[in-house]
Design a protein around this ligand. Structure first.
Ligand SMILES: Nc1ncnc2c1ncn2[C@@H]1O[C@H](COP(=O)(O)OP(=O)(O)OP(=O)(O)O)[C@@H](O)[C@H]1O
Ligand SMILES: [Mg+2]
Length: 218
């Protein structure tokens, strides 16, 4: 039985598909991994999967789409029986799909940029997480700071304020603003396969921290 990792955020463009595709590529190097794109018809992760397939890099990775929450539940149940990790790329709106992801996942990651607009937009999601906790006490959701400019004081301060305001923990590892993320995604690759050492290192650290989180969860 594998672990389900949901990527949720109601703010569009926050980095869900970037996180989902890179995480799926990284974990599939170690164990059978499935990536379910629940943001259809947009289908960024599915499109990335098609390019990855053409590049002959699928290895132990399965990529599929789910058009609604019922299909998502049945595909996730089926895939988690045969894959060590199932990653779900969620839609940018509050919908039944998000609720299902929160309930099914062992760990939910919320990519977020350190800007006031993104933090405000996330407060609706925080309410949905609280509701999901009425159905499953141990819903585990963490912020992943994306496009983070750690060297600016405002980003750091915003980050700390957001963690307090939203009442959500954040992972230690953060993703910087790097062209490597968009360039790699456009080719069906991950940043581990793109010549940007800093991106490679920061993403590897994030993967290690996520695996640690899954262990802590038992
Ligand atoms: N850390 C980053 N550095 C540079 N570009 C990034 C970074 N994260 C995401 N991007 C780029 O920003 C755009 C939006 O990211 P992404 O598609 O991952 O977000 P999303 O939350 O899935 O958006 P959507 O609402 O469109 O599904 C993409 O072009 C992506 O390549
Ligand atoms: Mg997306």
């Amino acid at each position: 039985m594998g672990r389900i990792i949901g990527i949720v955020q109601v703010k569009g463009g926050a980095g869900r598909s970037t996180l989902a595709t890179n995480l799926a590529a990284a974990l599939s190097m170690e164990a059978p991994t499935a990536l379910i794109d629940a943001d259809v018809p947009q289908g960024t992760s599915v499109s990335w999967g098609v390019l990855r397939e053409r590049a002959g890099r699928m290895g132990q990775l399965t990529v599929t789409g789910a058009a609604d929450h019922r299909i998502l539940v049945s595909k996730a149940r089926e895939l988690v029986a045969t894959h060590s990790y199932v990653i779900i790329d969620g839609p940018p709106r509050l919908a039944e799909v998000i609720r299902v992801i929160l309930i099914m996942s062992r760990l939910c990651l919320i990519p977020m940029g350190a800007s006031a607009a993104e933090i405000w937009a996330t407060s609706d999601l925080v309410r949905t997480i609280a509701e999901a906790r009425n159905r499953r006490l141990d819903v585990n959701a963490c912020i992943v700071w994306n496009r983070f400019r750690g060297y600016t004081r405002s980003a750091r301060e915003l980050g700390e304020a957001a963690e307090q305001e939203l009442g959500l923990p954040a992972l230690q590892s953060k993703l910087g603003y790097r062209v490597a993320y968009s360039e790699a995604m456009a080719r069906g690759l991950s940043v581990a396969e793109w010549p940007d050492k800093q991106a490679q290192v920061e993403f590897a650290e994030l993967v290690a921290e996520i695996k640690e989180q899954l262990k802590v969860q038992g």
